[in-house]
Design a protein around this ligand. Structure first.
Ligand code: ADP
Ligand code: TRP
Length: 333
């Protein structure tokens, strides 16, 4: 039997953080053990917001090196840049013909910008380029092009995957057969929304992120800066109400979690000690990644070669999907 296909992408719009790691990278690498995996850098998606070429280039390298440092094996996973696969853009154009404008109007990211503009009494579409507006169509093309069964992502991306489903179904309904595969989101409950240093969702754009490859000193400083309440050292504390403990759970074993929860409840442990415990487990997991990352990013040519090889493997798969669709549509006679 054919193995199922797992696919996901990350936009190179900044440094990777632990929300990306637990929400997307780690689950994706676990799926890669049992699925045929296709993981990529969504550089055209990044172009919507990143107009500085030097910055975009360095983010592309950083995200690529981040995947590899986290354990992606390019001999087993097809690993490439979106921009190396022109079929993505051909498919996106075809999918546009099956995508209602109203569907795009309902996208959370677009709606949030319109709402912010309305609150400022600005033009509702101020700052919205067409790339941003049609973002979900390009993402649907990324997914559908590779016949993806599952898409490992954090919760914030689920709506985009539902849109990809709607679009694929519209195509299949029109041609009365399964021209395109309908994908499913794979969201890990424990890491659906990793909280940031301020308790909101961790995000590059909120300035509340713990970078995945921060050095030890920076890591400690960020953790020590986490906001806490004014409970005194001797007071009993509820671990589940503490951001520090929520982050700790992502990095600690079940035994460590139970032991620390008991110490929180017993009283006698202050916030600075709780932060010290958090730092210890975070650094334990991230230190080896950091070392690998530094070595990979230093070898730019090696990185380019890995991505070029990935593109070579990806393109025939992409071409087959586009051909299948062109035939169904009557474009290929
Ligand atoms: P950001 O919000 O920092 O810009 P991206 O949108 O580039 O992050 O997200 C890349 C991947 O990481 C997506 O699959 C997304 O769902 C996941 N992700 C991002 N932030 C988090 C988070 N705080 N918790 C869980 N997953 C996240
Ligand atoms: N929109 C995703 C994000 O912001 C990135 C992305 C682009 C993606 N294309 C994709 C994720 C295809 C999964 C599948 O994080």
């Amino acid at each position: 039997m054919d193995r199922k296909i797992s696919l996901t992408g990350i936009k190179p719009t900044g440094s990777l953080h632990i929300g990306n790691y637990f929400g997307a990278i780690k689950p994706a690498l676990e799926l890669a053990k049992d699925y045929d995996a296709r993981y990529f850098i969504a550089d055209y998606h990044a172009l919507n917001t990143m107009k500085n070429p030097a910055e975009l280039q360095s983010c592309i390298r950083e995200v690529a090196a981040g995947w590899l440092a986290s354990g992606l094996d390019p001999d087993r996973v097809i690993f490439y840049r979106q921009s190396s696969i022109p079929e993505v853009f051909e498919l996106a154009t075809m999918l546009m013909a099956f995508t209602g404008k109203g569907l795009m109007n309902r996208a959370h990211a677009y709606k949030a910008i319109v709402q912010a503009n309305n609150e400022k009494s600005s033009d509702p579409d101020a700052g919205v380029n067409m790339g941003l507006y049609t973002y979900p169509v390009l993402m649907a093309a990324d997914i559908i092009l590779f016949d993806s069964d599952v898409v490992p992502v954090g919760k914030d991306q689920v709506q985009h995957i539902e849109m990809a489903q709607d679009i694929a179904r519209a195509v299949n309904a029109n041609y009365r057969r399964d021209v395109l595969k309908v994908p499913q989101a794979a969201v890990r409950e424990q890491a659906a929304v990793v909280p940031g240093l301020d308790g909101r969702k961790m995000s590059k754009s909120y300035g509340n992120a713990i970078p995945l490859f921060a050095d030890e000193k920076q890591l400690r400083k960020l953790i020590m800066r986490m906001v806490t309440n004014s409970q005194a050292v001797e007071e009993s504390k509820d671990p589940d109400q503490s951001q520090i403990y929520l982050l700790y759970k992502l990095f600690a074993s079940a035994e460590e979690q139970a032991a620390l929860a008991a110490r929180y409840r017993a009283g006698g442990m202050g916030w600075s000690e709780a932060k010290e415990e958090l730092f210890r487990v975070v650094n334990r997991e991230l230190a080896p990644l950091r070392g690998r990352f530094e070595a990979i990013i230093a070898d730019g040519e090696g990185l380019d070669r890995v991505l070029a090889r990935g593109a070579e493997k990806a393109r025939p798969i992409a071409a087959a999907t586009v051909t299948r669709f062109r035939r169904a549509a009557g474009i290929d006679l």
